[in-house]
Design a protein around this ligand. Structure first.
Ligand code: SME
Length: 161
């Protein structure tokens, strides 16, 4: 089996719609959470423009642990409440960060990162991890990215069990 699809050359809303259906296609019927996170990270990194890191941290024994990702090697463990990922996990609210250097406690894994979006993943009322995407330009992510990434997170929450 191979997955050979590409996003249409439309606007950001269309891009996220295509991304959601591609992630749906590569994860449907597969029960392995790591495999599904790996394919989702690959599509996010490949299809989103101006992104230098895309991937997952999983909640393991009360802390965030690095999961499947694309980009430079990253910090492995993040305490809840620390950095952008730990804040998203602790508050269970998406963090849309225009300037990572202005975010208190931001953890710089890749010095190129300038802006970031982190979406918490919650299944059956329990936090299971976060989706994290970094960009090498300031203010890369806006409300359309938030809507698109949150829709992807809602889908993945049903595919990471
Ligand atoms: N910048 C994140 C850490 C993870 S890396 O960006 C991959 C943070 O502050 O939580």
């Amino acid at each position: 089996m191979s997955f050979d699809f590409k996003p249409s050359a439309g606007d950001k809303v269309e891009l996220y719609r295509d991304l959601l259906s591609a992630i749906d296609a590569v994860t449907t019927g597969e029960r392995d959470a790591i495999a599904n996170m790996a394919n989702a990270a690959a599509l996010l990194f490949d299809w989103l423009p101006d992104v230098n890191w895309a991937g997952f941290y999983r909640l393991v024994d009360g802390e965030l642990v690095l999961g499947p990702f694309q980009g430079k090697a990253a910090c492995i463990r993040i305490e809840l409440g620390k950095g952008v990922c730990g804040t998203a996990a602790a508050t269970r609210e998406t963090q849309l960060v225009m300037d990572v250097h202005a975010f208190p406690g931001h953890i710089a894994c890749d010095a190129a990162s300038e802006s970031e979006i982190v979406v918490p993943l919650v299944a059956h009322g329990r936090l299971i991890g976060v989706l994290d995407i970094d960009a090498p330009i300031p203010a890369r992510f806006d409300e359309q990215d938030r809507t698109g990434c949150e829709a992807i997170a809602r889908l993945l929450e049903t595919r990471l069990g």
